[in-house]
Design a protein around this ligand. Structure first.
Ligand code: SF4
Length: 184
């Protein structure tokens, strides 16, 4: 199997990469997270993902930009019942499409490591995209290693964020002031 692993950030990639490496699965990673705002944070997470990719000696494809205006417009709510469903759909659509067009036989995502994400909704989105593009979705419940992955990230000095990624999740974070201060 030639797998394309969508990665939302460096810390969340650590445990899934460990699993793939120990199972001898050949994979590259894809950065596609236009949901992350502001741009400072988008860049910070990308830089950290590059470190995580380098740590394992894995190729990282980088796609997309920071789409803050689109998110603020909330036009996506005409199609999706929540921002998170749109967020999963947008990222999994790109991942499955990119995997298919670039010769991979399967795709997956590091979103499956987080106990804070809507695990079943992510699976559903991935299954839909697998069918749409005619490519396998590789499922693994990486949540078993969430803490281990976070500890691995800390051990190699990765930045570990305190909010999910979008401007709304930043607004809702108990650490908002601290986070904004870290961006100045
Ligand atoms: S909370 Fe997280 S998953 Fe939901 S829309 Fe924001 S960035 Fe996406």
């Amino acid at each position: 199997m030639e797998l394309l692993l969508h990665a939302c950030c460096g810390p969340c990639s650590m445990y899934p990469q460990k699993v793939l490496q120990s199972d001898n699965i050949s994979y590259d990673m894809l950065w596609f997270n236009p949901n992350i705002h502001p741009e400072y944070e988008w860049n910070r997470r990308l830089v950290n993902l590059r470190l995580a990719a380098d740590h394992y000696g894995v190729k990282l494809h980088e796609e997309g930009v920071c789409m803050e205006d689109y998110w603020k417009s909330k036009t996506y709510l005409e199609e999706f019942s929540s921002r998170c469903l749109m967020c999963y759909d947008m990222r999994m659509d790109m991942t499955a499409k990119y995997a298919k067009e670039n010769g991979y036989s399967a795709f997956s995502t590091t979103l499956l490591v987080s106990p804070y994400q809507q695990h079943e909704a992510i699976i559903e989105s991935c299954r839909k995209k697998a069918e749409k593009y005619g490519i396998e979705f590789y499922y693994y419940d990486f949540r078993e290693g969430f803490r281990e992955g976070q500890n691995m990230a800390r051990d190699i000095g990765l930045y570990r964020q305190k909010y999910c990624g979008c401007i709304f999740s930043l607004d809702e974070s108990d650490f908002k002031e601290k986070i904004l201060k870290s961006m100045t």
